[in-house]
Design a protein around this ligand. Structure first.
Ligand SMILES: Nc1ncnc2c1ncn2[C@@H]1O[C@H](COP(=O)(O)OP(=O)(O)O)[C@@H](O)[C@H]1O
Ligand SMILES: [Mg+2]
Length: 234
């Protein structure tokens, strides 16, 4: 029977060989994330948060251990299959938005749909719906330079949703935003989560993390805490 586990990480280690020295970015991580969870990952700089996000999102592979995404065993896939799974199942949101500057908001949102082979009328319709969901109906034809940071990040969230991914991964999505825009992005994430979307975000900000449902703390490449967010801890 298919259960509700979206991400299953088993004894994942990641070393980087730097000349003679091995950097242990992840030292043996076990983690299970179920559908409709909203997880925040916290921890000091260099503790392995981004490395873990890259592995969950199939941008990188572990040195040892196992990764399952939607019950697909990632270890068994070649690089092309891995890229295909990533495009289909994962939506990424980055600290620096990573929009293409020459494209209008709607064209940025359409990009993943072009790669997925969706024709113009269908992808325009989908991108329009997504920009409405993120509250940018009146900014669809603006270029990134004509948008605020918060608006740019909302375009990036719409783009991340384009292929109906199983999970949204956001690495410090509010890191480049003022606190008001950051709060708006996190409210958008809460709204998406209430529609059933599974989210993992990395943040340094306890206030931001408290908007999620679960907080995982990393230290030196290991999980040192994994707690539900309760009304009291908020
Ligand atoms: N491509 C890389 N090559 C070598 N070392 C890396 C690389 N990426 C990350 N590291 C090292 O791995 C550790 C974890 O990095 P990272 O996952 O980026 O941490 P965080 O996102 O928590 O700041 C750090 O010591 C970092 O220097
Ligand atoms: Mg990082």
């Amino acid at each position: 029977m298919k259960d509700n586990v979206v991400v299953r990480i088993t004894e994942v280690k990641r070393f980087y060989q730097m000349g003679m020295v091995a950097v242990h970015a992840l030292g043996g991580i076990n983690l299970k994330v179920e559908k409709s969870e909203f997880v925040s990952i916290m921890g000091p700089s260099g503790c392995g948060k981004s490395t873990l996000m890259h592995i969950i999102g199939c941008l990188d592979r572990p040195t040892s251990g196992h990764v399952h995404l939607d019950e697909v065993d990632i270890d068994k896939l070649d690089d092309n299959e891995l890229a295909a799974i990533r495009n289909k199942k994962v939506g990424f949101v980055f600290q620096t938005f990573n929009l293409l500057p020459k494209l209008k908001a709607i064209e940025n949102v359409e990009l993943p749909l072009i790669y997925a082979g969706v024709g113009l009328p269908a992808r325009r319709k989908k991108a329009t719906e997504l920009l409405e969901i993120v509250g940018l109906k009146d900014r669809m034809y603006h270029r990134p330079s004509e948008l605020s940071g918060g608006q740019s990040q909302r375009v990036a969230v719409a783009r991340a949703l384009a292929n109906n991914p199983s999970i949204i991964l956001a690495d410090e999505p509010t890191g480049n935003l003022d606190s008001k825009s950051g709060e708006e992005i996190i409210r958008l994430f809460q709204e998406l989560n209430s529609r059933g979307i599974t989210l993992i975000i990395v943040t340094h900000d306890q206030e931001i993390a408290n908007h999620g449902k679960r907080i995982i703390r990393l230290k030196d490449g290991l999980v040192v805490a994994d707690d539900r967010v309760t009304a009291r801890s908020r």
